[in-house]
Design a protein around this ligand. Structure first.
Ligand SMILES: *Cc1c(COP(=O)(O)O)cnc(C)c1O
Length: 218
């Protein structure tokens, strides 16, 4: 079943769009099932859950962290995460950079963009992203790989598309403005309900949970 879901989703994705299987709240047996079906990229959103799963699964998995990260939890995430998709504050960025320096690592990050109308949504405003990238060289232990975003929480696909178009245009604008940031390529938009729209809008990375694993457990 997981295998069928994966192959159905993969067959609809362009080959240059990375599929991140969002496995939060699913047991390791199900991740193993996805792994056995060929999936190698997994996304988790809670530090403890990530740190607990990593040693139970094959070592060639590429783990992405996609949740809110508190600075006191960095050591549960940064040793394992190939990409931290959800950097949502300058303070967090500073602390990740410090951790990277102390541990001799360069950490790949996406800056999470605040899109959509909801007040509660985490992430940077566009001006804040500009501020950060203008002083990108200050972050010697960070690799800025692009942007991550979520659309407004609505069934109205016109609104979702407009949110995605805005973030895609902003990413292109930044890539032009900062040509020296040659890793700044990724646009992580699209989840189970809206990934097709995201792909049409320029997504390079979709984060899909429910459509692969079904409803979340425990
Ligand atoms: C849970 C989650 C997803 C996956 O959502 P689905 O609707 O289950 O596909 C994607 N991105 C983030 C940031 C998430 O927290």
């Amino acid at each position: 079943m997981i295998k069928d879901n994966l192959s159905k989703i993969k067959s609809g994705l362009p080959s240059d769009v990375k599929l991140v299987a969002v496995s939060k709240f699913h047991p390791v047996e199900e991740l193993q099932e996805a792994y056995d079906a060929g999936q190698r990229v997994f996304g988790e959103n809670r530090p403890q859950e990530l740190a607990a799963k990593v040693p139970q699964l094959p070592s060639d998995i590429e783990w992405h962290f996609i949740g809110h990260l508190q600075t006191n939890k960095l050591k549960m995430v940064l040793p394992y995460a190939h990409l931290v998709q959800s950097v949502d504050s300058s303070h967090l960025l500073d602390e990740i950079n410090k951790w990277g320096k102390a541990n001799g690592k360069v950490i790949n990050v996406l800056l999470e963009i605040h899109i959509g109308a909801e007040e509660t949504k985490q992430g940077f405003y566009e001006e804040e992203v500009l501020d950060i990238l203008f002083r990108a060289e200050k972050y010697a232990n960070i690799c800025f790989c692009g942007l991550m975003g979520m659309a407004s929480h609505t069934d109205d696909m016109d609104i979702v598309r407009a949110d995605f178009q805005r973030i895609a245009a902003f990413k292109d604008y930044l890539a032009d403005l900062f040509p020296e940031l040659d890793s700044f390529k990724e646009l992580s938009i699209g989840m189970s309900d809206d990934y097709q729209t995201a792909v049409e809008t320029g997504s390079t990375m979709v984060r899909i949970g429910t459509a692969i694993f079904g409803p979340r457990q425990y």
